[in-house]
Design a protein around this ligand. Sequence first.
Ligand SMILES: Cc1ncc(COP(=O)(O)O)c(C=O)c1O
Length: 399
Amino acid sequence: MNPRLDLLHTYPFEKLARLKAGIVPPEGLPHIAMSIGEPQHEPPAFVLETLRQNLHRLGSYPATIGLIELRTSIARWLERRFTLGAGKVHPETMVLPVNGTREALFAFAQAVVGAKPKALVAMPNPFYQIYEGAALLAGAEPYFLNTNAGNGYIPDLDAVPAEIWNRCEMLFLCNPGNPAGATASRQYLEHALELAEKHNFVIAADECYAEIFLDENAPPPSLLQACLATGRDTFQRCMVFHSLSKRSSVPGLRSGFVAGDPAIVSRFLLYRTYHGSAMPVPTQLASVAAWDDDAHAAQNRRLYQEKFARVLPILAPVLDLKRPDGAFYLWPDVGEDDELFTRELFAAQNLTLLPGSYLARESNGENPGRQRVRISLTANVDQCVLAAERIRAFVSERK
Ligand SMILES: Cc1ncc(COP(=O)(O)O)c(C=O)c1O
């Protein structure tokens, strides 16, 4: 077997299951799961109906490049959502459908890594776990950029020495970020582009939370906007990753896309042709319906905004937390061991969170997830409020 498989870490949810093993939470308190980032809102009926109406199309193999209808819908959505200007995203050469961003983030590293000796893949820390696994299996060394209250939960790119950037083949960015929900500005992204050009690396911008944000007047920017603002009309060295999982609350549909530099898209398409990751045609057509409609995404976002508005006043008096810019998590400092906090909260309140240290690695002498927990606001509004009240009761009792 591939010896690199031994480098993979135990996935956070497996660690969490072990942490909870043997604990019997109080009977009579229904369980509330706030650990997994799985959207729970009702999927849009018109998307499901389009899927149903096209099931007969399962009788033929889909092409890896995807239907031009889908790539066109996606290009138009990108232009609308990020005010890029008509015709800036070419559906024929700049867009590929993927079966959710998870597989695409993983596969992309396999396609990109390999041209530099002693290759590094840089990523935020804490991070979405796939970034690290993808880097390790591709044969690169992960390089962690710690994020904490001091840097506003955004990786400090200027703290990275030039010799590290020279070994870097790819930089993962997550905007808005998971778990802290911080949004990087367009100026920050422009700076990342300068570094990518200077040190010859690719930027993989995971923008799967781009449609979940708290302030309607401040939608998170895309790396593509930073490209155009700096005259990089063909999105040189860039790939953005988007998904319907969060935007349309259809995590089971497995539908997303990548878009960016046509030179990279065409190489990634070659990789994917061999990898065998074409999207089924009914899924593609349901995705067209979803990308073409912005109203349901706005409605979906309002539900998250409502949850933050209801939950934050309950938790703010007892926990050290920041209102995020986007995504659907809270990332408080609990001021004590995060595993202990999670285990005892489960034992007392039948409520599951995720210990922050599971999402981060020790780097520069610290694990930036230590003493933090990730609270996922994916349950419905009433359950989130109930959960916040239970967390508050638990924390108040411990003080
Ligand atoms: C930061 C981040 N990226 C990517 C994904 C994967 O989403 P999907 O594969 O459903 O598009 C997730 C899911 O939780 C995530 O949190």
